[in-house]
Design a protein around this ligand. Sequence first.
Ligand code: AMP
Length: 361
Amino acid sequence: MSPVAPGDVLGILGGGQLGRMIAVEAARLGLVVHVYNDAPASPAFDVAARATTADFADGEALAEFARHCAVVTYEFENVPVSAAETVARWAPLRPGLAALATAQDRLAEKRFVAGLGIPVAPFRAVDDAASLAAALAALGRPAILKTRRFGYDGKGQVVIREGDDPAAALAAIGAAPAILEGFVPFAAEVSVVAARAPDGGLAVYDLCENRHEGGILARTTVPAAAAPETEAAAREIAARIATALDYVGVFAVEMFLVRDADGEHLVVNEMAPRVHNSGHWTDIGAATSQFEQHVRAVCGWPLGPTTRRAPVATMDNLIGADAGAWRTLLAEEGARLTLYGKGEARAGRKMGHVTRLSEKR
Ligand code: AMP
């Protein structure tokens, strides 16, 4: 691939808030941003120089888009692989197809991560009532039934406890192809956000501790309350996954931190082949934000330092009506507010986030 330079076009597949924040940083570094999405009301369109509204099944529109891009990235992992393949015929696609295909199927992802010798929750493929019964017999209860595809923010999953009817659980996920996971008794949820460059260089941010409410990330605190060996193990896991995928760009690995008599252990939950909500703290909390870092990585530019800028950084998501507090947040010294430009503040919808730096947790 010919080197990407300021003035070139960076294409983004997907038009949500992650694309919007990548686009802002790309424009700041002199790139021309072209966003491709299937919905006309897309937060990223508002900040991009060029926009295409077309279906992800529209091969001609995808080819036309990609032909004018120096490099194309994606901001959500449910971009159909067929669309990504079309794009990859016309422009370098970063991250590549392997990461996309692996991350959008929970079963493929679990097998891939387990195949690297990295601990994951015990799991079984579930396609019908019989395979669910067998999986429950093997893994016990509680267990979590998750659709293989299109799950996010706790959607497409249901916990099966003692006394629960497996048939009802299967119906609740629309009888879609699924996996059953054993319940991990975690002490905390953590994530590693990192970037990998085309030459294999890695830049890893400090371990993030994530608190979810109702299946949606509520708060990230950095650094995580974890032993230094745990943080080192998390970095090692991230490096192994990224290297195995020959990954280029920013990614996140979400993990469960388990504490038992032997100490702390990490169990990988999932990998996101994109900038990640738990990395939003880097907008003021790190020397290089994850959005700038992603642009640097996919363009083949030098990665920036990931140094934390304060003893503690936090990020709070503004969900639904939370964003109504924008005026108060703007008045708060040291708080940095980001709003995603979404119209309606529906319950459970991510509307923005606020980041803060502090001296202690
Ligand atoms: P996911 O969609 O896989 O990120 O899951 C959403 C949330 O459900 C996670 O952040 C956890 O809080 C919880 N969860 C998912 N899988 C498990 C598991 N195997 N054991 C315990 N909790 C889980």
